[in-house]
Design a protein around this ligand. Sequence first.
Ligand code: SF4
Length: 351
Amino acid sequence: MALQDSEAPPGQEPLLSVDGLRVTFGSGSNTVTAVDGVTFDVHPGETLGIVGESGSGKSVSVMSLLGLAAGNVVGGTATFEGKDLLSMSKREMRAVRGKSIAMVFQDAMTALNPVLTIGNQLTEALTIHAPMSASAARDRALELLRTVGVPNAEARLKQYPHEYSGGMRQRAMIAMAMANKPRLLIADEPTTALDVTIQAQVLDVLRRAKEETGAATILITHDLGVVAEMADRVVVMYSGQVVETGTVEQVFRRPSHPYTLGLLRSLPRLDGRTTRLLPIRGNPPSARAQPTGCRFHPRCDLAAGRSLCSEQTPDLLLSAEGTRARCHFLDEVPAFRAATTVGAPGSEVQP
Ligand code: SF4
């Protein structure tokens, strides 16, 4: 049974429940564990942000549920609408992907088929799961392109992906994801390759897609600003593990894990009150060289060389702020947090 956050909607069954997921790459003595015991729930209609640096295991955690990661799932469970995702045949998984679960990737150019027009790809996405006449599919494709804000939609239907700009391609991919009114939308770094103005527009389209379909959303990103703006709850990952989870309000205002605190204090505040930014010292470990004990200990200022941090892996425990955080010294975090005045996009960290 997955850990329930105190703020999860009461009495509501999760749409997706992931518990103790483990994913490895390689074999024999070359095996590395990229995802180690990841647990989270997604409830109907909510947006869950999964945030972490590159290599934290955030994308692998989600893509391996759908058979889209190169690694091997070696442990854990994943239940979607009561069905075990991890034991599905390829055929069953294909039926789920694109219908009940739809995806938006970072790079629309590789996700879209370069030799088919956007119109053809949209009508194919529509008719593959729900047979309909060619004219009905075309009308719906047109409606979808208009919903995601593609101008001159009628003419744009006849164009190929390379004739679209980056932002327009993301819109087309979101239209495709909406085609079958999915229950869960997974967006993996959907705005990373775009410039700032276009990013805001694409986030707006994602919001519209969610409103129109009522789908729950998993937003995988390294960008805390995107999480602050879009998500209801957040899962923070570090070195293949969940280190903190809670509502966006809890995690951004009063983070209870030193890593989350470090991420937030390395970002500028929107109100300009930050006097200096404090990057986390050191670099994230590679999956081949994960530290013993708490994986964050070589970079953690709260650890202060204590042996417990380097020898024992902490559990995810309920913090005073209501989040769950993986730290041996949760009771010391409020004073540690108070020692720095820091900021985050769209929110603020308070002592
Ligand atoms: Fe830092 Fe130790 Fe807590 Fe890990 S367990 S976050 S090293 S204080």
